[in-house]
Design a protein around this ligand. Structure first.
Ligand SMILES: [Zn+2]
Length: 177
């Protein structure tokens, strides 16, 4: 999984860090593919060591290929622990979910960190995305609540009343669902 900036100059991705400093990206049944040396330099395709089991991952960090330079920027390391603490950058991630942390809060936190690396305008866009997601979620909740009220026998007049709109507006908005 990788994220590209709108001007295509930055490509962000998550690196899985192992105890000896090697880091990988991407996960398959064979394990994590190592792509970065302990000194931060990229490992060329032909020289990549054997994949490693994800249980050996000790930390995560977000990295960016800036203007085509592989791993040109890296965020701070988030370490693996028993309890998640955003302030301490400690994450509790079950072994069987390390291949898809994008869907979990950890993936979002790391992505936000990468977005801030892109500059102040992008940082604001992070807030726009978060607010949009919150609005979408609230809208879904409202639609479900209206459907439940209708199923329970509420009239369009009552639904409109509860939503602060007219009977007709309520019917136009939710009537075809
Ligand atoms: Zn970058």
């Amino acid at each position: 999984m990788a994220w590209e900036s709108e001007d295509s100059r930055h490509e962000g991705y998550i690196e899985y860090v192992f105890a000896d400093g090697f880091a990988g990206s991407g996960w398959s049944a064979g394990g994590v593919t190592l792509i970065t040396n302990p000194d931060g330099s990229p490992i060329p395709y032909g020289d990549r060591p054997a994949s490693r089991p994800p249980a050996g991952i000790v930390g995560w960090r977000v990295a960016c290929n800036c203007d085509g330079r592989r791993g040109a920027w890296r965020g701070e390391l988030w370490t693996r622990g028993e309890t998640t603490s955003v302030a301490a950058r400690v994450l509790r991630v079950p072994d069987d979910q390390v291949d898809d942390i994008d869907g979990l809060p950890v993936g979002k936190l790391l992505r936000d960190q990468w977005a801030r690396h892109l500059g102040p305008a992008y940082a604001e866009l992070v807030d726009v995305r978060a607010a949009t997601a919150a609005v979408d979620l609230a809208r879904d909740g409202l639609n479900a609540a209206v459907a439940a009220a209708r199923a329970a026998g509420a009239s369009w007049e009552a639904v409109g009343d509860a939503a602060g709109i007219t009977r007709q507006s309520a019917h136009e908005r939710w009537g075809t669902r």
